[in-house]
Design a protein around this ligand. Sequence first.
Ligand SMILES: Nc1ncnc2c1ncn2[C@@H]1O[C@H](COP(=O)(O)OP(=O)(O)O)[C@@H](O)[C@H]1O
Ligand SMILES: [Mg+2]
Length: 272
Amino acid sequence: MAEDRKVKLAVQNVSKTFRVRGTMGESDSLLPVLRNLSFDVYENEIVSLIGESGCGKTTLLRIVQGLIRLDAGTIRVDGNAVGVPGRDRGFVFQQSSLLPWRTARQNVEFGLELSGVPKRERGEKSRELLKLVGLAHATEQYPHELSGGMQQRVNLARAMAIDPAILLMDEPFSALDAQTREVLQRELLRIQAEANKTILFVTHDLDEAIYLSNRVIVLGAKPGRIKKIIEIPFGRNRPELPQMRGEPEFQRIRAEMWDLIRNTPASAAVAA
Ligand SMILES: Nc1ncnc2c1ncn2[C@@H]1O[C@H](COP(=O)(O)OP(=O)(O)O)[C@@H](O)[C@H]1O
Ligand SMILES: [Mg+2]
């Protein structure tokens, strides 16, 4: 599709093997986790990575973030090769990583403080972002006073505060109850549309991947490699997830992903 669109993230020929230290005199063993992965994420796109547990999704995201060194390949953000964490990449984890002694606003301001943004500007920016994520009423509350869903909203605002070129999200909603998760999925689409963010999103939830994404990258396991990149045909004005689930196109894509992940041909999966 997007040949004319700007590439925000380019992952090229990335491979990673962990050396697992042997215990009690055994020799070290090698665990190949990612093999020769290549894909692009375009500006304003949401791309999801799906695949079974242990297939290397988190490892790939950490490599993009710059926390894990790759063995081979390159990661480019806006055309620049990256190797260490930087302000061009914001990160949201599954577990809230807020500082408990700071209010929601002070958490959002943290990265801005580190980069020397003046106080007044920090305050304006953090209030604007907390409003964007639906927390205008809770700016002065501490993390323990916030629900899990609210904490993830703060984490998102904090990741956005440094205005990264791309947001990396690792199963950010999977610790939330089903209802909160659906609310936040919808919210993420709204926020992404309002703020024009580019997002690389990791999930093992197929419905979530289809609902949120422009494209879904299906990873195979041991070692992780790209099985297929699936274009999601629902446009910007996608129906809400409960309605979307009823669409034949949704069901077709979901079945295809499921087959790819389970490694079985479509016909066998239907019979099972
Ligand atoms: N630092 C590490 N050292 C050794 N093995 C690791 C390390 N991090 C992850 N692994 C292994 O790499 C594989 C992929 O893990 P991970 O990227 O967390 O998968 P996913 O996020 O898809 O569940 C797993 O087998 C995991 O045990
Ligand atoms: Mg993971």
